[in-house]
Ligand binder design. Structure first.
Ligand code: HEM
Length: 499
């Protein structure tokens, strides 16, 4: 009798599952007429349940691994188009780039932090084109970066001396905190020159304000998404106070530094970013008349966009090196051979250090500080002739997913810098490597970011030994706006050179 019962039960479950799958296929997973394929969803909440127990980039990765690289999702009634492969990313950033070159509306108009004067939240139009051109031809062009080399060299020396001091005292450090100070000092020095230094406490103030802004990022994001209902309910002012408080403190600081720059204009060869922006604002023939508030907001965005991202990348990459001693050894050999042991690495060494470049790229591939790119389809469009997207639909490109896609990368979760030594240029064109996003609104500062991360990792590997009893935990968490380490390790550096 027993076998009969089992057979009957198996049959029954099989029939039930078949009905259920059939039901799901027709009612949830079918190709809808107005959008593309979508995984099974729940009534009312849509696909929200996928995000309840895992970090968003991992939830998106799990969904796309199961259902495909181009999907339509729904969180309540908000539609999302999810892109998760190199081929689809290529399609989006080539055919549809103009249509996805705007982000969400600002959270609070009058705020310098993600307010309406900001460049990052500005729709792709005259202002954005003007700043992009200014960044490419003046602020971040190779000659401007060359001119500010001295600022970075001095900061690198100070960073080294600090670690050396810690090593002498056998004190531990958290690499993320130290690199945050280092990148912040470099950005302050490059953008505002003499007016912003560690001695007069200005860099410390900027760092404090950046941290405060990041701490408010969830609030900002919340207001960003729910601005209209909050306004209707008269609740917006509840969220304004903290955000405007940080904004006012940034405003005070930047106004003072702007006045200083106006009172003592620099000689052309010593002009920093602020001098160049002030010059552009006074130019009667400029294609766009940039306002004082826009200059201040751009600085806030450069501080926020540049500091955290570079610092987290350095911290993740160092953690990978410590967990992969063979790569650490190989990198050290390269640096010892090219730079030697009698002087500190400099940024002019970077082109001669291919393995260091590969290490940085691999760190960024595995741990992009901005793992999800969120934009909006301005107008309705059709992707690949079958996927209909209505206007104002949110786009999510899972940069993390694309860069760990097993169809594009061998051993996608392994730290193997060697892969970048052999990759061919055509391969990179497929957009499988996307830590800086791509297209019109991709990161304009990739060259600076590679320098920041390259010299800090180069210096730490050249001058110190790093070890830890157990493996460093690579668990992730969102802190501020970047993907951070959930358990940032503490290391006691051991000097291997005395420079
Ligand atoms: C490892 C370091 C960095 C990474 C991984 C990174 C990544 C990114 C990404 C993914 C975007 C595009 C977001 C989107 O398309 O929606 C972006 C935009 C931007 N980044 Fe970076 N970034 C880094 C460093 C920097 C630095 C050092 C600066 C400034 C000095 C900077 C300034 C900006 C600005 C201004 C934008 C906005 C561009 C626009 O809206 O057109 N970033 N970054």
């Amino acid at each position: 009798m027993a076998p009969m019962t089992i057979d009957f039960q198996t049959c029954f479950i099989f029939i039930l599952l078949s009905f259920f799958s059939f039901f799901c296929y027709f009612f949830f997973f079918k190709k809808t007429n107005d959008l593309g394929p979508s995984p099974p969803s729940l009534p009312i909440i849509g696909h929200l349940h996928h995000f309840l127990s895992v970090l968003p980039h991992k939830a998106f990765q799990q969904i796309s691994t199961k259902y495909g690289p181009l999907l339509h999702l729904r969180i309540f009634s908000f539609p999302i188009v999810l892109v998760s492969s190199a081929t689809m990313a290529y399609e989006i950033f080539t055919t549809h780039d103009l249509n996805i070159s705007s982000r969400n509306a600002p959270a609070i108009d009058e705020s310098l932090v993600f307010g309406s004067s900001g460049f990052i939240v500005s729709p792709y139009g005259d202002y954005v084109k003007f700043i992009k051109k200014l960044l490419a031809t003046k602020l971040l062009r190779p000659r401007a970066i060359e001119k500010s080399r001295g600022v970075r060299a001095e900061e690198l020396k100070q960073f080294y001396l600090k670690l050396h001091d810690k090593a002498l005292k056998k004190e531990s450090i958290e690499i993320g905190n130290e690199t945050m100070k280092f990148t912040n000092n470099m950005i302050c020095g490059m953008s505002m020159g003499r007016s912003c230094s560690e001695e007069n406490g200005e860099t410390e103030t900027v760092r404090g304000l950046i941290n405060k802004s990041f701490a408010l990022s969830r609030k900002i994001l919340f207001v960003n998404v729910l601005r209209r209902p909050l306004e209707k309910l008269g609740l917006l002012s509840l969220f304004k106070k903290d955000i405007l408080d940080v904004s006012n403190r940034f405003d005070e600081l930047l106004e003072r530094i702007l006045l200083e720059h106006e009172e003592k204009p620099e000689e052309e060869q010593d002009m920093d970013m602020m001098d160049l922006l002030l010059e552009a604002s006074r130019d009667e023939n400029a294609e766009y008349k940039i306002t004082r508030n826009q200059i201040k907001a751009l600085f806030v965005e450069i501080f926020m966009g540049g500091t955290d991202t570079s610092a987290h990348t350095t911290q993740w990459t160092m953690a990978e090196l410590v967990n992969n001693p063979n790569s650490l050894e190989k990198l050290r050999d390269e640096i010892d051979m090219v730079v030697g042991k009698s002087r500190l690495i400099q940024e002019t060494d970077l082109p001669n250090l291919p393995y260091l470049q590969a290490v940085v790229k691999e760190g960024l591939r595995l741990h992009p500080p901005a793992p999800l790119l969120v934009r909006m389809f301005e107008k309705k469009c059709v992707i690949k002739d079958f996927f209909n997207v209505p206007e104002k639909t949110t786009l999510v490109v899972n940069l993390y997913g694309v860069m760990r896609d097993p169809d594009s990368w061998e051993d996608p979760n392994e730290f193997k810098p060697e892969r970048f030594l052999t990759s061919k240029q055509e391969e990179e064109k497929t957009l499988k490597y996307l830590p800086f996003a791509a297209g019109r609104r991709g990161c304009p500062a990739t060259n600076v970011a590679y320098i920041f991360v390259g010299i800090s990792i180069g210096m730490m590997v050249q001058c110190f030994d790093w070890s830890i009893k157990d493996k460093v935990s690579m668990e992730e968490v969102y802190a501020g706006m970047s993907l951070s380490m959930a358990h940032p390790p503490k290391f006691t550096p051991v000097s291997r050179l005395s420079l």
